[in-house]
Structures are given as structure tokens and as C-alpha cells.
Design a protein around this ligand. Structure first.
Ligand code: ATP
Length: 261
């Protein structure tokens, strides 16, 4: 079996003829924590949604945990989970009820004990009896994280996992994710705008611009390659296109020049 948990080839998605994801090819290694970075609108959420099977690609192939996602996603969905600030849990249910419902959907045994344990680990025990709709943004983020870990996923897709968390809470959650990844060997792919977070927990980075992959590597490699001192500076340089066009655009331009009379 391949050591890649995610393999994406020529992935594309257009909305009304406008490309959001424009021919992505990449793989994500088993047991890695990989960041998907890019400016607003670069295509991160669209990519994660296609990896989950929530959006049908306009073109391309996705293999997750050895299965073709377009044909057999129900074989792998039980081994995956995700968290996103854009998905709201039902407001009127208490936090405990929500977690129990999701736990049952995943067929988890002893779900009440599992919910109690994960709530304790993530510091949300005091929230369990509260209606989910009344929680603050940061509290909702923690609950969504608990939901995403209920089934101990082998592949965890995270869209801005620490959005709205205060610095101390965000730090605790990052430490939890690192420990979870070490304990289970899970693979984590996360979209983030927090470059300090990426430097701290991600061993690998995929940079997107306008739906295309423009660079890839370990944070230290990217920092060295772009002659910068932090991932924040690398991000800004790539987002503003200060380091020249991505390789494929440069090659195309060169080819056009050669072809011109
Ligand atoms: P952000 O950092 O702001 O969350 P993102 O990198 O996650 O951005 P996406 O949400 O994937 O970006 O959006 C990529 C592009 O696709 C954007 O131009 C967006 O407006 C467009 N888009 C996304 N979803 C839809 C949709 N359902 N209908 C039309 N356009 C969409």
C-alpha cells in the first residue's frame, strides 16, 4: 500500500466557469501534519471539501487511504473526520447531545464514556449541558474539534482549527493535536492563516495561489528557498507574487516567448 494517505491528481473545480481549484497535483504522507496555505480565495476550503466528498470535482482524481473518493468514499469516511468554522452544529441540542448524535453516526461504542473523556481532554466538560447555539465562537471551535476526534480518525482534515481561540486555548489545542498525532499516527491536513501555528506543528506545507500549487516543502526549506526569516514572510512573498511567477507560469511564458516570431 502506498505511503501516501492522500493522492490528488489534476484536481479542478470551477464555479460558474470560474476556476477555484485549477489543476492541483499533490500527495500527503502517512503520519504527517501538512499545512494547506494561501490567501483568502486561494482554494483551500474548496480543496478540503472535495477531499471529503462534499463537493464533486470538475476534473481530476482523489485517492484517500487507498480508495478512489469519487467511487468509494463511504469506505473511507468512517476513518476520516473534519473540523471547520463554516459548519455549525445544531443550535438547540446541548453540546453532549450533539456529540452523542455524531458519535452514533460513526457507530462508536460506549459513546457516553467517549464523549466524557474527550470533553475532559479538551476542557469542555463545563459546556456539555449547554445549548450549542449559546456558545461563544471559541467554545464552538473546541466543541467542533471534539466532534472531529470522536472516531479517532486516521485522517483529520481541519479548516482553520484554532480560528477564534484565544492564544492560550489555541496553544493547548495545538499541543493536543501534536500529542494525538504522535499517539495514533494519524495524518492531519490543515488550512490555516496562522503562520506561527504552521511553523510549530506542520512538517510540510503546500502553498496555493489562485487554485494552483505554487510551492511545497518543510517550513525551514521554504524559508531558506525564499530567503526569508519566517513563514509569515514566505506567505506574504508568495501571496504578493514577489518571488516571481510559479514554475509552471514561468515555463509557459518562456515557451510563448520562444514560439513568438
Ligand atoms: P479563505 O482563506 O477565505 O477561507 P479559501 O482559500 O478557503 O479562502 P475557497 O473558499 O476555496 O478559498 O474559495 C476559492 C474561490 O472559489 C473563491 O474565489 C470563492 O469565491 C469561490 N467559491 C467557493 N465556493 C463557491 C461557491 N459555492 N460558489 C461560487 N464560488 C465559490
Amino acid at each position: 500500500m502506498s505511503d501516501a494517505v492522500i493522492e490528488v491528481e489534476g484536481l479542478a473545480k470551477s464555479f460558474g466557469g470560474v476556476p477555484a481549484v485549477d489543476g492541483l497535483t499533490f500527495s500527503v504522507a502517512r503520519g504527517s501534519t501538512t499545512a494547506l496555505l494561501g490567501a483568502n480565495g486561494a482554494g483551500k476550503t474548496t480543496t478540503l471539501s472535495m477531499l471529503l466528498g462534499l463537493l464533486i470535482p470538475s476534473a481530476g482524481r482523489i485517492t484517500v487511504l487507498g480508495e478512489d473518493m469519487l467511487r468509494h468514499r463511504y469506505r473511507v469516511l468512517p476513518r476520516m473526520n473534519f473540523t471547520s468554522p463554516y459548519v455549525d452544529l445544531p443550535h438547540r441540542l446541548t453540546v453532549a447531545q450533539n456529540l452523542i448524535v455524531y458519535g452514533r453516526l460513526y457507530g462508536i461504542r460506549n459513546i457516553k464514556a467517549r464523549v466524557a473523556r474527550i470533553a475532559d481532554e479538551l476542557g469542555i466538560t463545563p459546556l456539555l449541558k449547554r445549548p450549542t447555539g449559546n456558545l461563544s465562537a471559541g467554545q464552538k471551535t473546541r466543541v467542533a474539534l471534539a466532534k472531529s476526534l470522536l472516531n479517532e480518525p486516521d485522517l483529520l482534515l481541519m479548516d482553520e482549527p484554532t480560528a477564534s481561540l484565544d492564544p492560550e486555548s489555541a496553544d493547548t489545542i495545538r499541543a493536543y493535536l501534536v500529542a494525538y498525532q504522535r499517539r495514533t499516527g494519524a495524518t492531519i491536513l490543515l488550512a490555516s492563516h496562522n503562520m506561527a501555528e504552521v511553523e510549530r506543528i506542520c512538517g510540510d506545507v503546500i502553498m496555493l495561489r489562485a487554485g494552483r500549487l505554487v510551492d511545497r516543502g518543510q517550513p525551514a526549506e521554504l524559508i531558506a528557498r525564499h530567503g526569508r526569516s519566517t513563514m509569515e514572510e514566505v506567505f506574504l512573498a508568495i501571496a504578493r507574487n514577489e518571488d516571481g511567477p510559479p514554475p509552471d507560469e514561468a515555463t509557459e511564458r518562456e515557451a510563448r516567448k520562444k514560439a513568438a516570431p
